[in-house]
Design a protein around this ligand. Sequence first.
Ligand code: LLP
Length: 419
Amino acid sequence: MNYFNYRGKDLYCEDVALENLAKEFGTPLYVYSGKTILRHYHAFDNAFKSHDHLICYSIKANSNIGILNLLVQAGSGFDIVSKGELYRAMKAGADPSKIVFSGVGKTEDEIEMALIAGILMFNVESEAELYAIDKVAGRLGKKAPISFRVNPDVNPLTHPYISTGLKKNKFGIPHEKIIEAYKRALDLNNIEVVGIDCHIGSQITQLDPFNEAVEKMLNLIEKIESLGINIKYVDLGGGLGITYKDEEPAHPNEYGEAVLKYFKGINKKLIFEPGRVIVGNAGVLLTKVLYKKDTSEKKFIVVDAAMNDLARPALYGSYHSIVPVIKKEGNNVSVDIVGPVCESTDYLAKERTITEPEGGDLLCVMSAGAYGFSMASNYNSRLKPAEILVYNDKYYCIRERDTLEDLVSKENIPQIKVE
Ligand code: LLP
């Protein structure tokens, strides 16, 4: 079931024509399918139904509170990495006892806010951080639930910028040092060890890296429990990939089977932190063709969306399929689809064959629901796009487009008289 379909020549999201949304809200415009988000969530959830588990959707993938609220209603917990994400989760109605807090640089005020909220656990990424958490918990008269994030040194076979579980990455505690860390935690009064955690990378399409990580984790759990520590939660992070072009990632069911074969008869709650697989293919970015420009080298299609709206092509060379919002007849041409930002890396597609569009035509950038708006910026003083959530034949503006006033609303002109 795909909720982005052509009806005749018109591309729809669920029962809403994308052209109408572009007309009403302007472009560039993010549009999400609520039904798709929920379908992905339930597919992931069902894959683990035979074992005690909790899904903590990773907010960084798409942090709009309208989307978080849908997931709250579906029963999701959340993986956060900042007090901003904690704030968003709480605004969206999240149950704090379903929140895990990851990240290598949690500050004392973030730790305090999370302790007061009563989150499920901190995924601790260094011994120094453990001491900081112990100190803050002591000051508040609380016991902080923690797990350590293991760096299992597994190659996730993905883009180097989004692999996180290799020895050379900054994340987690090297697996050979993890026992030492658990021993330290035992000595601290304000810490309660509840689990173990890892996250090896993102856009992982094969199962082998996950298998390897789980095997290493189980090995460590045995050693940790021999110290008399009870590991209640095993957090395996996120990372399951999606199809952008021709990737064939494991289905959540296959991923589920792969993981669960290790946990038969093991009475521990499994935690997952999926992001991309829930929202990636549930969102698109609509953009309008501004100009066509031919050089002796290339044909450029200049559109009104840019790297500040969708950074992935510029940052990682990522492929996003681009299709017309209204299908038309015409010649196939090979073009670079570029934005207005003053950087050579500002492109959405390179050497892409599409039906030649004209100025004013609408294009739809697919698979833009994850790490799209959440990585958007105001670079070049561009206004961040609006976001629309579609649900059946209804649609909701879940974020308004920036205004010019928004751009400078936090800035001040100081009282300097230049001599
Ligand atoms: N848990 C932790 C600790 C993470 O660092 C991440 C993603 C996730 C969960 C969710 O991973 P996912 O299921 O979405 O793969 N901006 C990049 C992706 C960066 C991923 C960062 N960490 C991109 O656009 O491809």
